[in-house]
Design a protein around this ligand. Structure first.
Ligand code: ADP
Ligand code: MG
Length: 218
């Protein structure tokens, strides 16, 4: 397995006491596989995605990447895992406003020491960004910004793409087009994809689907 969550629980402290968001969640994602994660707002989808990407730690349970518990990684190895093995795509695009499209695209790959100019050119072409490389994020439409964010995530050729409602800020037609591009690139690169979505219609485009409710997966 590429990614495994075993009996993962997560609680947040809040003003009204502890809030248990995940209650013994387990899932397994194979290399190259795609999985949709659905569930109501507040059901813990983003929490699960953050745990899978090593951005946060569970209270109990294990998160294994290629069979190794990421909780056992030291700071440097964890940072390397996040930069080189995981591509994150968020609903809010999260581009760097002071960098042009070309620099945003290259950002993660440069951080990870994996910049590959030929791959970047190909990604820009596939994402139809070649004529926009000198623009800044504020000069782009939402769909264009999300295409840049997808390119940034794929620049390192990650083994795992984690996408949190990647089309949530886009109109339906634009969102569908962006999703098709992401799925095509995912298939071409052999990356696994775990994607949060509200939409059953979009979830049906992925290989498998899990639903999160009351802190449990079904
Ligand atoms: P979803 O992505 O499914 O909408 P989240 O994982 O973002 O759900 O949040 C699940 C629950 O945990 C929500 O009730 C949210 O308010 C709460 N929550 C998320 N992050 C924190 C945090 N850092 N501190 C306290 N509560 C949080
Ligand atoms: Mg969320």
């Amino acid at each position: 397995m590429l990614l495994e969550l075993r009996d993962v629980s997560k609680t947040y402290p809040t003003g009204e006491g502890p809030l248990q968001v995940l209650r013994g969640v387990s899932l397994a994602l194979a290399a190259g596989e795609s999985m949709a994660l659905t569930g109501e707002s507040g059901s813990g989808k983003s929490t699960l995605l953050h745990l899978a990407g090593g951005l946060d730690q569970p209270d109990s349970g294990a998160i294994l990447f290629e069979g190794r518990d990421i909780a056992g990684l030291g700071d440097a190895a964890l940072a390397e895992f996040r930069r080189a093995s995981v591509g994150l795509v968020f609903q809010q695009f999260n581009l760097i406003p002071s960098l042009d499209v070309e620099a945003n695209l290259a950002f993660q790959a440069r951080l990870a020491g994996r910049h590959d100019a030929a791959w970047m050119r190909l990604l820009a072409e596939r994402l139809r960004l070649t004529s926009l490389l000198e623009r800044y994020p504020e000069q782009l439409s939402g769909g264009q910004q999300q295409r840049v964010a997808i390119g940034r995530a794929l620049g390192v050729r990650p083994q795992l793409i984690l996408a949190d409602e990647p089309t949530g800020n886009l109109d339906e037609a634009t969102g569908d087009a962006v999703l098709e591009l992401m799925l095509a690139l995912q298939a071409e690169t052999g990356a696994a994809l775990l994607m949060v979505t509200h939409s059953s219609r979009l979830a049906a485009r992925l290989g498998r689907r899990l639903h999160l409710a009351s802190g449990r997966l079904g």
